[in-house]
Design a protein around this ligand. Structure first.
Ligand code: HEC
Length: 534
């Protein structure tokens, strides 16, 4: 019926969150903070698709004039008066608050992540890492609460928001709740944006507490790597947060919020050459190399389901998972909590006590939350299972073989369901014989390092080369055929497959480096080839 272009296609905008519909309008944000353009929330007329308003989340160049008084106010919190690299994209959390006719949304951080480069001389950098409320009709600013002033850790506040009525310290309040990446659980008064409660739901080393009066964190100075002598700090939660986008759930019945949480740390270190904002991130635990060689020893990564009591600011119960980065949560009126795990289970627990009541082996890792619905008097629980999303590329423990890498499926359950889950379809693809021998182990190692450094693994699979020849969106490079080997440099350096999403790398890789990577991939292909032809 209508379509509109909501982002400038010449910039690296993306849309990762669902649009929300309310009040006769469609609300939609965007993702851009990691790539350097200004975030904004747009509102379109439901019938015509005409834009009703747009709220910019960070101030643009004052030379071009600020869009409104709010941007003028925000500009005072930036060195040079504006966000040169943009940021603050509202990429997921958008809710409509009917009672106050406002739209409330959470924003991302901005680049460079090192705040001394992003905004030399300091400043809170509004509205990065913030929860913002605007009038639903006009998009005019009402209030904001910033979770991390002058962020240095990419602790964004774009995790989704739950509205509820809660009795806090003897008073009935209209609140919103959020568990952003920074490890603190926030309860905020929706009528004015005032902070009511903030307590750590996982170990948080960057701040000792949040001061309720000022609303500001009491920081641990050692966490600011950009101010330390060594230019590095180890910080918990990690860059992936104490809780990421995986939806949490609130039950009116128990008064508890169920958080799909995880706990591990990241070493942040300054590096002026790093592409994303002058800082690099190490995921792999205290000793990078030791843990890369034996990932099973990386016991510092914890996955957890937390039943959080927002009134008391404490967990009512917790259940530990084998891996971090598990699925979103569904809680039901029947005192149940459903969650899928990275190890490929769908669990049902009692909502009040966290007792495991039922568990089903899906065979594939879960990131998404289950949903429930009724049809012809039968209640269904529906879950998409895949292979672990970004977890399998960025969480080293996934590489130990514990994560379930089965087929991508949508699976429905009901009490009278009788069907067997069909078996995984085995790939019958043959591993082609690699084109040359790879005796030079030093070159293999060099190629492996370059493969990791240049983030080939982000798409093709990191710890091993690729994971699944079928069912995965990008090819396992160990299945390259003779033709592909012949075209290797054209593909990797010159962009032969650019139209398929494989970008040219000639600006960042020399021919020799590409050769080393090719050598490493061929070595991996030999391993698989020999295994299959034993
Ligand atoms: C942003 C994601 C991404 C990154 C990063 C990436 N690739 Fe690719 N690559 C793709 C896509 C998409 C394709 C084409 C689709 C396909 O063949 O599955 C592809 C195809 C290839 C192919 C052809 C494979 C075949 O069997 O047809 C090779 C070889 C390759 N990439 C090597 C590399 C190397 C080496 C790196 C690192 C320098 C790299 N890629 C980084 C996404 C990526």
């Amino acid at each position: 019926m209508w379509d509109v272009l909501t982002c400038d296609p010449s910039l690296e905008y993306s849309i990762t969150g669902a649009p929300r519909v309310a009040n006769g309008k469609v609300f939609i944000g965007n993702g851009i903070s990691d790539y350097g353009a200004r975030g904004y929330l747009s509102s379109y007329d439901l019938e015509t698709g005409k834009m009703v308003w747009r709220f910019w989340t960070v101030p643009g160049d004052p030379k071009r004039g600020h869009e409104n008084e709010t941007m003028k106010m925000a500009s005072k919190t930036w060195a040079d008066g504006y966000a040169k690299n943009g940021g603050g994209s509202p990429w997921d959390a958008i809710v409509y608050d009917e009672k106050y006719n406002q739209v409330i949304f959470g924003t991302d951080s901005g680049i460079p992540y090192d705040p001394d480069v992003r905004s030399p001389g300091g400043g809170d950098n509004l509205f990065l890492n913030s929860i913002v409320a605007v009038d639903a009709n006009t998009g005019r600013y009402k209030w904001h609460y910033q979770t991390v002033p002058n962020d240095a850790w990419d602790f964004n506040s774009a995790n989704h928001i739950i509205q509820a009525e809660l009795n806090i310290d003897g008073k009935q309040k209209d609140v919103l709740m959020q568990a952003p990446k920074n490890g603190f659980f926030y309860v905020i008064d929706r009528s004015n944006g005032r902070l009511l409660k903030a307590d750590p739901y996982v170990n948080a080393t960057w701040a000792s507490r949040i001061d309720l009066k000022s609303g500001r964190p009491i920081e641990n100075p050692a966490a600011r790597y950009h101010k330390t002598k060594e230019g590095r700090s180890r910080v918990t939660p990690s860059l992936l947060g104490g809780h990421n986008w995986h939806p949490m759930s609130y039950s009116d019945k128990t008064g508890l919020v169920y958080i799909p949480a995880h706990e591990f740390s990241t070493t942040y270190r300054l590096n002026p050459d790093a592409q994303l904002g002058g800082a690099l991130f190490d995921w792999y635990g205290n000793d990078l190399n030791a843990e890369r060689d034996d990932l099973s020893k990386s016991a510092t990564q914890i996955g957890r389901l937390i039943a959080w009591d927002p009134r008391r600011g404490k967990a009512a119960w917790t259940v530990d998972h084998e891996l971090p980065m598990n699925g979103g949560v569904l809680s039901t009126a029947g005192n149940l909590v459903f969650q899928g795990t990275a190890t490929g289970k769908l669990n049902a627990l009692s909502a009040d006590k966290g007792q495991l009541l039922w568990s089903f082996d899906l065979g594939s890792a879960v990131q998404a939350p289950p949903v429930t619905y009724m049809r012809d008097g039968v209640q269904y629980v529906l879950i998409p299972a895949g292979s672990g999303g970004i977890g399998r590329f960025m969480v080293p423990l996934y590489g130990t073989g514990k994560s379930a890498v089965g087929p991508d499926r949508l699976i429905a359950f009901s009490l009278n369901g009788r069907k067997e889950l069909p078996k995984d379809v085995e790939s019958d693809e043959i591993v082609p014989r690699p084109p040359f021998e790879t005796e030079d182990k030093k070159l293999v190692e060099k190629g492996r390092e370059l493969f990791e450094e240049n983030a080939c693994g982000l798409c093709h699979g990191s710890v091993a080369v690729g994971r699944r020849p079928v069912g995965s969106s990008v090819r396992d490079l160990r299945y390259m055929d003779a033709e592909t080997h012949k075209n290797f440099y054209k593909i990797v350096l010159d962009g032969l497959y650019k139209a398929l999403g494989m970008m040219p790398h000639k600006d960042i890789l020399s021919l020799d480096q590409a050769r080393a990577i090719h050598y490493f991939i061929v070595d991996s292909q030999w391993k698989l080839y020999n295994e299959k032809n034993k």
